[in-house]
Write a protein of this length. Structure first.
Lengths: 331, 340
């Protein structure tokens, strides 16, 4: 396994991202929103780190910090051991081809007035000295890689279905032979049968091109399917991380367990068994006003006084796993 | 059982045609179903399957689109197709209530949620102002809003998405409808909040006695909630059956594909997910025989003629496959889906 490579492809050390919201003159005044709160992890070459969490947990903000679309407030970002946290636009430019992003809404990232061929060629025009003929050959190669026909390259984005547009987005991300791809909810907008096609495509590409993914999704089944390791985020922090199979089979954090229990499965429960079970009551707390101690304690069935006062750090737990909980479940 | 008593809602051979730029487009083609009192019927399918159009036409909400609705929709034995808009208006919100995916489409941002429920009550039931307010607070409590008297005064933007959906459900239930139509009621919600709303809908059936038509793309949501399920594809019903029969012994290749492409949450992870090859047909290019045949690994010459959905029987599929052919066909479909 490439997991044992000496240097992680990407290393995140104590990363935080804060926003100031409101204004001194507005009712309620000015507040700090801690979207990402002291997050540390590594991504090893060739693996997929799945990142799962509910809306507002900070997973998309984290993704945008990693590819330097957002400035980080605190902490360090290392790409192949090199600190890229504060590189300027010019210094970042040679790195950009290596670090690409695939978005949820392929629509919003495709200019409706450009043909697909031009859209896929765009990164090549910006970042390489390829001739027009070389670009055309590369675009056709990319199209076939993601399952588009060469004759479709003359068409416009609106002529494609959601799944095909996501393929176009993936082709653009692949154009410059990246090593690392951050995919933020790449299949969430797709119907389930098309979603499976795109998941399979991403897996094939990883195998053929040796890609490393950070794959963000709110759908637990999708994250389990794609991840080598999975990280669970709650209110800006990673609360649990570990090999995907082990984490889903025996979650250690009560939040992970509740999240898994809440997913409606396509099976009819046995007669007499409760048909739907809401493991958690109420809404997740607001990141504007997080509870003291463990962020999850107001919803946690196992919370004690310790949890109300003292915030647990993410620590090693049973070999390859990590959990931020005072009273983890037995694994 | 719906076969014995007269169903609350009886839909027969429903066809909805829109006027496209290049000729008529049929969005719903020959849909029939029954809904018994107190029953939860799940209608499941991917985008463009015609689930929402089916329900909007049943509710008479397609008037402004110029769509032509044919067939029969009987609610409590009364024919709704062709009923004047005023009569339909009286039914909607009263006897038949609706909940949509985005609660903000049902709530106006400029009034408190309590006021909006009171307005609904006064329009349909003629309760006094004070009685309406008391009833509205009761309803907010019934759908699980904490401090209902306080929530009554709040505006939609002041509460979370899950709470808004609860408020909309409270509004829908205000006139004790016989039928509640819920179109993707939890699709915009986080999974832990979704579980709470599903539990709520399940509980409401026993508390309010309403029958529910639940439209969703999520097979898991249907499995957890519905008594009976109808699977739609390209405007037609592919399969119908009790939830148990459908999830344990699906008969239609499309249902196999839908269920197969859901990534499992436990057990071994498949290296590839069996998806369905290709895409649904465009409404202006419907295949002449079975609409699913172009994507079906088990299709053969018989599929050139449109298969009928048997009118009789609780569990039935619009597919030519004989019972003894199904096991082999299913294996072929899932195998074919791996390479999609």
């Amino acid at each position: 396994m490439t997991r044992f490579a000496a240097t992680p492809l990407l290393e995140v050390r104590h990363l935080s991202k804060r926003y100031t919201v409101g204004s001194a003159f507005a009712r309620g005044g000015r507040h700090t929103l801690q979207a990402v709160d002291d997050v540390s992890f590594q991504v090893w070459p060739g693996e997929t780190l799945g990142l799962v969490g509910e809306s507002g947990c900070g997973k998309s903000t984290l993704a945008r910090c990693l590819v330097r679309l957002h400035e980080v407030s605190d902490g360090q970002l290392l790409f192949e051991g090199r600190d890229i946290t504060h590189l300027g636009t010019r210094a970042l430019r040679p790195l950009r081809p290596q670090l690409q992003m695939v978005f949820q809404d392929a629509d919003a990232s495709l200019n409706p007035r450009r043909r697909i061929g031009e859209l896929i060629a765009e990164p090549l025009r910006v970042h390489t000295a390829m001739s027009a003929a070389e670009r055309r050959a590369r675009v056709e190669e990319l199209a076939s890689l993601v399952g588009l026909r060469p004759d479709q390259l003359q068409r416009f984005p609106h002529e494609f279905s959601g799944g095909q547009r996501q393929r176009i987005g993936i082709a653009r991300a692949l154009a410059l032979n990246p090593r690392f791809i951050v995919a933020d909810e790449p299949v969430s907008a797709l119907d389930v049968s098309v979603q499976a096609q795109v998941i399979n495509l991403l897996a094939d590409l990883q195998e053929r091109l040796g890609l490393t993914y950070l794959f963000i999704a709110h759908d637990l089944g999708v994250v389990r399917q794609v991840s080598t390791r999975t990280a669970v985020m709650y209110l800006g922090s990673i609360v649990e991380m570990g090999p995907a199979d082990a984490l889903f089979d025996r979650p250690a954090h009560p939040y992970t367990a509740a999240l898994i229990a809440a997913v409606p499965r396509p099976e009819v429960p046995a007669l007499g068994a409760p048909r739907t079970t809401a493991a958690l009551q109420g809404d997740p707390p607001s990141p504007l006003n997080p509870p003291p101690g463990c962020r999850f304690h107001p919803h946690c069935p196992a919370a004690t006084d310790l949890c109300r006062k003292d915030r647990p750090a993410l620590r090693e737990f049973g070999g390859a796993r990590m959990v931020a909980c005072h009273h983890p479940l037995p694994i | 059982m719906p076969e014995l008593a007269t169903p609350l809602l009886q839909v027969r051979d429903l066809r909805v045609t829109f006027q496209g730029a290049e000729g008529p487009l049929r969005a719903v083609d020959g849909v029939s179903f029954d809904l018994a009192a107190g029953e939860i019927l799940g209608i499941v399918g991917e985008s463009g399957a015609g689930k929402s159009v089916t329900l909007l036409s049943v509710l008479g909400l397609l008037g402004h689109t110029g769509a032509v609705v044919e067939g029969s929709v009987r609610f409590k034995r009364r024919e709704l197709v062709g009923l004047p808009p005023r009569e339909l208006q009286r039914l909607r919100g009263g006897d038949i209530a609706m909940v949509f995916q985005d609660p903000m489409t049902a709530l106006t941002p400029v009034y408190s949620i309590g006021w909006q429920i009171v307005e609904q009550l006064r329009a349909h039931s003629g309760l006094s102002k004070a009685a309406s307010k008391a009833r509205a607070i009761e309803l907010l409590a019934a759908v699980g809003l904490p401090n209902p008297a306080v929530q009554f005064e709040r505006f939609p933007h002041q509460i979370s998405g899950g709470m808004r959906q609860r408020a909309v459900i409270a509004m829908a239930l205000s006139c004790s409808p016989a039928v509640l139509v819920a179109d993707e009621p939890t699709s915009a919600l986080d999974v832990t909040v979704q579980a709470q709303i599903l539990e709520l809908i399940h509980r409401l059936r026993s508390d309010f006695g309403s029958a529910v038509v639940l439209i969703t793309h999520d097979m898991g949501v249907v499995a957890g909630l519905a008594d009976r399920v109808m699977v739609m594809y390209a405007g037609r019903v592919m399969e119908r059956g009790s939830a148990r029969a459908l999830f344990e012994a699906a008969m239609h290749p499309y249902t196999w594909g839908l269920l197969g492409s859901i990534p499992p949450l436990s057990g071994p992870r498949p290296r590839r997910l069996p998806s369905i090859v290709g895409m649904p047909p465009a409404p202006d290019a419907m295949p002449s025989g079975c609409v699913f045949a172009p994507r079906c690994a088990a299709a053969d010459a018989r599929c050139a003629t449109r298969p009928a959905l048997p009118a009789q029987g609780l569990h039935a599929a619009a597919c030519v496959l004989a019972p003894d052919e199904r096991a082999a066909a299913r294996a072929r479909c899932l195998q074919g889906g791996l390479n999609a």
